[in-house]
Design a protein around this ligand. Structure first.
Ligand code: NAP
Ligand code: F7E
Length: 332
């Protein structure tokens, strides 16, 4: 049985990762931050996670990425075998509105956590959730672990800093510090202000007569979308590898936002052209045209491959929204 510490446990990936480690019989600890609402939907709505909390196999600890002493205290109390660092301000458009906060939580937060690890739990394995955003308008397609970093938004710049820190701490101090360079991954637990969840939710609500229009910034950008539980499986493999390294996790396929709309509306038998409106409020100052990842290193060295393709992903997301509207299934 391993002791696992997760930052960002209340997020999409944190909830799937927690479920996965509890299923393996591990003890999971999560860092949560102070907020005025105590309800944490992605943890509270999942019966297995509620049961684990009651049984003492899942424990939440208050700490903050801006408060080094709180990170040291949790690290000292938990004495983790593995630390998964998933927390931070992760919305690209919001990072233009909150550039300093994004740099502090996503960038410096990683530094504080690595320092806490180094001083209190240097034998623990450390995983960072890095991102395809580090490549910006990439110099090559598909992107590999050696594609040059060229960030074009504050979030990506903070993740470049965080990824460089992981590499530095690995080389300089010999820590088991590793990273997943994660391409977009989605699920019914995705935040409602990311484009796939926004589209899936709107398709279902329009089909049920609760909404008439869907406002999007643009239909043109293309993304390499995977299913979050598949990526979480890859994250576990990276953290369990014989030696610390960085791996791309991606599907290798790319689709536009418009493709996602067409596929989602088709699930409920609707024509997106009748409902989708372009809205400048959702346009970014600068946006990546296309991402496509090459995960052959993860396939070769870790045996990882995504199981869920684009059409299946879109369908399961729209079906989940319909089920939630009809009072069935989990609501994230
Ligand atoms: P998510 O659903 O947005 O969850 C983010 C988590 O970070 C939440 O638990 C959130 O806590 C926490 N958090 C945010 N700001 C924080 C702060 N200042 N201090 C402490 N905690 C904070 O994100 P996700 O999709 O699960 O992604 C997990 C990680 O993977 C992130 O680091 C993200 O950048 C990275 N990533 C994700 C994708 C993707 O497609 N999903 C792709 C590449 C990389 P609250 O619940 O309290 O807000
Ligand atoms: O946008 C376009 C938008 O916000 C996808 C994060 O997890 O993946 C995610 O970042 C595309 C972009 O994800 C709307 O301009 C159009 O081109 O769902 P998104 P993202 O920006 O790709 C990376 C890998 C991460 O690391 C991030 O943390 O869709 N788009 N109209 C829109 N996007 C949103 N959110 N809302 C719109 O109305």
């Amino acid at each position: 049985m391993a002791r696992i510490l997760v930052t960002g446990i209340t997020g999409q990936d944190g909830s799937y990762l927690t479920e996965s480690h509890l299923e393996s019989g591990d003890e999971v600890h999560g860092i949560v931050r102070q907020s005025s609402l105590l309800q944490r939907t992605r943890l509270d709505a999942i019966p297995a996670l509620l049961e684990a909390r009651e049984a003492g196999r899942l424990t939440l600890h208050y700490a903050d990425l801006s408060d080094t002493s709180s990170l040291v205290a949790v690290m000292r109390n938990v004495q983790p075998d593995v630390v998964y660092h998933l927390a931070g301000q992760s919305h690209v458009k919001i990072s233009f509105d909150l550039p300093e906060y994004t740099a502090d939580s996503t960038g410096l937060g990683t530094l504080r956590l690595l320092e806490a690890l180094r001083s209190v739990a240097p034998d623990a394995r450390f995983f960072l959730a890095a991102t395809s955003e580090i490549f910006g308008e990439a110099a090559e397609s598909p992107q590999t672990e050696t594609t040059p970093m060229n960030p074009i938004n504050p979030y990506a710049a903070a993740k470049v800093y965080a990824l460089n820190l992981v590499r530095i701490y690995r080389q300089a101090y010999g820590l088991f510090a590793c990273a997943g360079i994660l391409f977009n991954h989605e699920s019914p637990r995705r935040g409602e202000n990311y484009v796939t969840r926004k589209i899936a939710r709107a398709a279902a609500r329009i089909a049920r007569g609760k909404q008439t229009e869907l406002h999007l910034g643009t239909l043109a950008p293309k993304r390499d979308w995977s299913y979050a539980p598949d990526v979480v499986d890859g994250i576990r493999r990276i953290a369990a590898a014989p030696k610390p390294d960085d791996f791309i996790l991606a599907s290798g396929a790319t689709h536009s936002v418009g493709d996602f709309c067409r596929a989602a509306f088709a699930v409920v038998g609707l024509d997106p052209d009748k409902h989708v409106r372009l809205d400048p409020r959702y346009v970014r100052p600068i946006d990546i045209t296309e991402t496509r990842g090459d995960a052959s290193k993860a396939r070769r060295e870790l045996g990882w491959a995504p199981k869920t393709g684009f059409d299946a992903l879109v369908r399961l997301m729209v079906d989940a929204e319909i089920a939630a509207l009809d009072g069935r299934g989990e609501a994230a």
